[in-house]
Design a protein around this ligand. Sequence first.
Ligand SMILES: [Mg+2]
Ligand SMILES: [Zn+2]
Length: 171
Amino acid sequence: MSDDFLTQLRRVNTERYDVWARQPMMLCEHCGKDRPSADDSGYNNFCSPPFDKQEHRFTRPHPYLTVSNDAGIMFDALELGGEVGELLNVVKKLEREQRGWRGSRAAPEDFADECGDVLICLDKLARRMGVDLAEATARKFNATSEKVGLPHRLATSAEPNSEIGEGCHGE
Ligand SMILES: [Mg+2]
Ligand SMILES: [Zn+2]
């Protein structure tokens, strides 16, 4: 049986983060430059002067960033804030286009991308406190429905949907 989506996100997100956090940062044995990230398009594979022109060899572990890159809950919180900012920036650009104002533009795919980033980072942050996102979201959503007297309820796998019957009041 396959995981539901949020369970899968938590599991794979955790696995990927653990690999990344344990991966030592490797430096070029000739020039000491660190390995470029995959999206660094302007990067070239050769050592720059005053080093000999030769291909980098990333064989030397960074002197102190070798044990763990895990910066903890504070970093995850900042990262989530950053992604929310990126999402809002896309909304700003879409709104700007809507109004016919000058400035840089964003595409609808950028909006979807940033929504994804927010969920990924929210999962990382929630994991720090052992929060199950599906369970927490259902509980809060249902509490709000209860408060405003509407029958709409979310179900989680742990707790079968009790939408019909108990708990329904209002209107
Ligand atoms: Mg982003
Ligand atoms: Zn080099």
